[in-house]
Design a protein. Sequence first.
Length: 449
Amino acid sequence: MKKTVSLFLTFALLLAAAMPVFAASGSMKNFEKKFTYEGQFEDVAESAWYAPYVTAAFEYGFVSGNSEMTYNPDGNITLAETLVIADRIHSTYYGSEIERVTGGEWYTSYVQYAEANGIIAPNAYPDYKAKATRAQFAAILAKALPEEALEELTDIAVIPDVPRSAGYAAPVYKLYEAGILSGSDEYGTFHPASNIKRSEVAVIALNMADESRRKAPELKVEEVKLYSDYGSSMTVAKSEAAAYQALGWSLQPVSIPANATPETILNAATLNPMKTNDAELDAVIDRIFAQIIQPGMTTYQKVKACYDYLIQNAEYDYSGGALRVRSGYNSFNDAITVTEADHILTNNVGVCDDYSSAFMCMTRRIGLQSYTCACQAPNQSGGVSGHMVAFISVGGVNYIFDPQIEDYNTKGGKIPYRNFCKTFEAMAKTYTQADPAGAKAAFGGFVLR
């Protein structure tokens, strides 16, 4: 015979126990309605979205009111009340009884039952009167039923605000995949740190007890558009955006005014510092940076320091013969770049290829999108010949840096900076047949085989 119960606390006390007594195996068939709801909750309107859930959860015996006349649907549930629900689900599934424990708080029985049955770890929470967060509620409820009673209905790739690395992630994903939880929007946003409402509790408890109510959530993947300093863009899952931002991608496109100074341009760049993965060259760059890079320098100042270092310390000399190209890189272009950079930074002599490769490796270490690019340039005899420049991409615009020609034009130690941070368009009469797009494609990111 069904009977009516009103007070959540009274109901909880009648069901309290210290130790479980249950059969070896449980069954979802044990969940039956035990009470009759007669509309006593004045704050649960029949038209409210949660009304049928509160009614059913009450009749199963999982929830009750916070007074004889009210349910308080917008109120929050405490950790102790969460254990009442979890213990009731667990004991019903296994057909166990919960015996009253004398002494202690009203919820002591529930804490001991939950600890004894692996629902929570011993001394899991310092204050059971505290409001439960959604993450805590999910972690407790997920332990109320065994794996076989939480059949996976779907595979959830990502919950926007629940990283897989979070300590609470596993039970949350389990309840999503079992159709117990579905999130607060079309993307499945969970709000793990928020407190959980009593109206929401009724829905979740009912989904735990009644398998027919479970539905695999069909979540959309929330996407964001990211931009690189070199003008490209891509769309990724919002949950993955932080990882790409750490690599230098931005949520906003970099916009550089047409008349911007080199200082403005370079300081606008998003940085992603990169080593060459060649221990010898990286050690050389470390030593040089210890000399020329000072704390508090802007990106512009660091780039200028690299440019100046090459001009002040290297000499143009093509008499050294062929270099032995480094091995081990996925990209042959990377192997050439590292070989040339190490040659000039170690020996302080080199040709245009060496100057540009060294500048690229040094500014890559700073974090800029730097490359080398073959082209044609005027020679001393009045004609043109093959040449190599470096360039840095910022905001989709490629800016030339030519430390070798700048070295040639430096007189009395005064660097003219005529070939420093200039667009290919601005230098079109000086540099021809350049293919910066091809240069970008050839760069392999210093990845080793």
